[in-house]
Design a protein around this ligand. Structure first.
Ligand code: ADP
Ligand code: MG
Length: 281
């Protein structure tokens, strides 16, 4: 008569503690204990394990929503053999996330379709799994958001919001030109994050084009000064994965391959900063 009462109380406690997963497997697990298939310790292990696994899944889901990582891209689903110019070990080292601790900027450069966004999203996912906060945006969306905040007198809070993420991913730098005021706002954010938080940027344009992208050489130089210090630059020189089955339909001049001017600009003049630009991990 004792066991059913105890079981009912355990069930009640699991409800009270909101341990829904453990509750779900309780009856089945206790049946297996009674049949001698499991020890009591193994039963406790199963209950806790299911609960923890479920919580971790929920945590990751919520963190992905906050980070706006709506597309699920992983390193496991990235076919390195398709991109021989890419050093797999360099990417796997990045996935150990030391660049986050060191507040470094990671640049993925290359023509469309070579996997820049995929890798940025996959690193974001690794960061989330290890408990880091992430925020994913395109440069255009980021500037739109900062512009709106400035108009509403809320820029300081908005910059603070973007700075809260341990990793800020800015996708698609260079696809669309940026207005001078947009460039200025982006600089304010980059400057506020400088040496305080990691960033991942993707671009189809070389650094030499940044003056054109941001409509101003002075602001572009100031941006690059921050974003190339402690930076890890990964160039991808291959073909578009999107076009892998239809490459022959696209004129050769429009296919990615090697990009002109994607190399970083010469080092800045004057007193050097603490470390050289382009330091690798
Ligand atoms: P980019 O940002 O360089 O323009 P994406 O990262 O958006 O390119 O890649 C385009 C599409 O191809 C995405 O769906 C991406 O997941 C996929 N993709 C690109 N490269 C690879 C690869 N090497 N292995 C698997 N999928 C890839
Ligand atoms: Mg992309």
């Amino acid at each position: 008569m004792n066991a059913p009462t105890t079981l009912a109380r355990v069930r009640q406690h699991l409800v009270q503690l909101k341990l829904a997963c453990a509750l779900e497997v309780l009856d089945d697990t206790m049946d297996r204990v009674e049949q001698g298939q499991l020890s009591v310790l193994e039963a406790i292990d199963i209950l806790l394990n299911d609960e923890c696994a479920n919580r971790e899944t929920r945590r990751i889901k919520a963190a992905r929503m906050t980070a706006r990582l709506t597309q699920v891209k992983t390193l496991e689903s990235f076919d390195f053999s398709f991109q021989p110019s890419l050093d797999r070990n360099r990417i796997l080292t990045l996935a150990q996330l030391g660049f986050i601790e060191r507040h470094q900027s990671v640049h993925f450069l290359g023509p469309p379709g070579v996997g820049k966004s995929h890798l940025a999203l996959a690193l974001g996912m690794e960061a989330i799994k290890s408990g880091k906060s992430v925020y994913f945006t395109t440069l255009t969306d980021l500037i739109t958001s900062l512009t709106k905040a400035e108009r509403e007198g809320n820029l300081v809070n908005r910059v603070r919001y973007f700075n809260r993420a341990a990793v800020l991913i800015v996708d698609e730098v260079g696809y669309l030109p940026v207005s001078p005021s947009g460039a200025n706002l982006f600089f304010q954010l980059v400057n506020a994050r400088y040496e305080k938080g990691a960033m991942i940027l993707t671009s189809n344009r070389g650094f030499k084009d940044w003056g054109e992208i941001f409509g101003d050489n002075v602001i572009a130089a100031a941006l690059l000064d921050r974003l190339l210090h402690h930076a890890i630059v990964i160039e991808i020189e291959g073909n578009s994965y999107r076009l892998r089955e239809h490459a022959e339909l696209v004129p050769e001049s429009m296919q990615g391959k090697r990009q002109e001017g994607i190399k970083p600009p010469p080092k800045r003049r004057g007193r050097p900063r603490k470390a050289t630009a382009y330091t690798d991990q």
